[in-house]
Design a protein. Sequence first.
Length: 230
Amino acid sequence: MRLLVIDTALGACTAAVFEDDRPLAVRFEPMTKGHQERLGGLVRDAMTEAGGAFDRLDRIGVTVGPGSFTGLRVGLAFAQGLGAALDRPVVGVSALDALAASLETGAAPDGSPVAALIDARRGQVYTKFLVEGAVMGPDQALPLDEAARRIADLGADVRLVGNGAAVVVEAFPDLRFATVDARAAPAPDALARLVRGADPADHPPRPLYLRAPDATPPSRLPGQPRQPAA
């Protein structure tokens, strides 16, 4: 199966082509802004190195969040447009799942619990907890103190992964962890593994939001007078 995987949800812009589990071309550039300007060029370069034939792709994978609102929409729009043009399925992948799968041993088959963490700002982290590969509760946006309590409950052998790991470690330096992998974005091979194993019908390319947007609709239309104070 030949895959194109795209990630623009977090701190990198990724475009990579895989044949089953073999990487044919990988483009990975750390960045917090500018995904829209770079994604098309990275996909072009990766596809050219992999042989250049878009019609040889079997499916396309893209991260759906949680993450940067603007960034994840860039990747989703690109992947969905390409999938429609090629008539290929587009698979949505949770950034938290991809981070957990990015650990050296995948989702810790050795039994070590995993906490995938993304910095959500405003004193929160997006969280996913796994024990022996089994998900423990829903993905959530948690305050740092609640996230730290949940991590401590998993034991000292817990593995932290994601840019939210650094936030938790800085806020709670007395907590003990087996390993801390504060990577800014999922590994391309982890994305490919999840996309290859997913059923497209069960993993649609829809944005995953775990918190209400920071922006709110205006309280009045342009030119409309302000309401008097009560």
